[in-house]
Design a protein around this ligand. Structure first.
Ligand code: CUA
Length: 179
């Protein structure tokens, strides 16, 4: 059989498997199994993929929780858009909204304290990319993602959107302060 010309036997897949072909399939299968085991291994030992809990939510429910946090813990506002900077108590649940085209509100967290960071989108898929530490999480509308975070260095961290979401995508940036 040639790789370029059409097979002479139309039912070529009914021909017996060649030994070389079988060997390659076996090698590929074993490699797939190794990669599969490595995904789990990386998750545990390599700190590559974050463990997230995910729940169904609605815009109304999620907005209410975020607004409650903002009302209670806002310490100041920033920029002309008066984006609230929220300093929730250490160890609490903190909420972040992704929408066309910003991350709301700005969070101010304490170093070495653990928080439960909640994320959702109000409209389309967005990507939570925390720089410069390079943490990436898909933010999907209708779902509430919860990530346990313990910031271990102080500084200003930028959130950029890394999921194309329209004309304002490039300007969709947010901020997290760690003090
Ligand atoms: Cu949001 Cu791109």
């Amino acid at each position: 059989m040639s790789a370029i010309l059409p097979p002479s036997e139309r039912l070529w897949w009914k021909q017996p498997l060649d030994r070389v072909e079988g060997t390659w399939i076996l090698i590929a299968f074993i490699w797939c199994m190794i990669m599969f085991a490595m995904m789990v291994g990386w998750h545990i030992y390599g700190k590559q993929n974050l463990s997230t809990e995910t729940y169904k939510t609605s815009r109304e429910m999620y907005t209410a929780k975020t607004q409650a946090m903002v009302d209670k813990y806002t310490v100041r506002t920033e920029t002309d858009k008066k984006i609230p900077v929220v300093r929730p108590p250490a160890g609490s649940d903190v909420y972040l909204i992704a929408r066309l085209w910003d991350w709301w509100p700005v969070l101010e967290l304490e170093k070495d304290k653990t928080y439960r960071l909640h994320l959702t989108s109000m409209d389309y898929n967005h990507g939570f990319s925390l720089q410069p530490v390079n943490i990436n999480i898909q933010v999907v509308p209708g779902y509430e993602h919860v990530v346990k975070v313990t910031p271990n260095q102080a500084g200003i961290f930028s959130i950029v959107c890394n999921e194309y979401c329209g004309i304002g995508h490039a300007n969709m940036a947010g901020r997290i302060y760690v003090k």
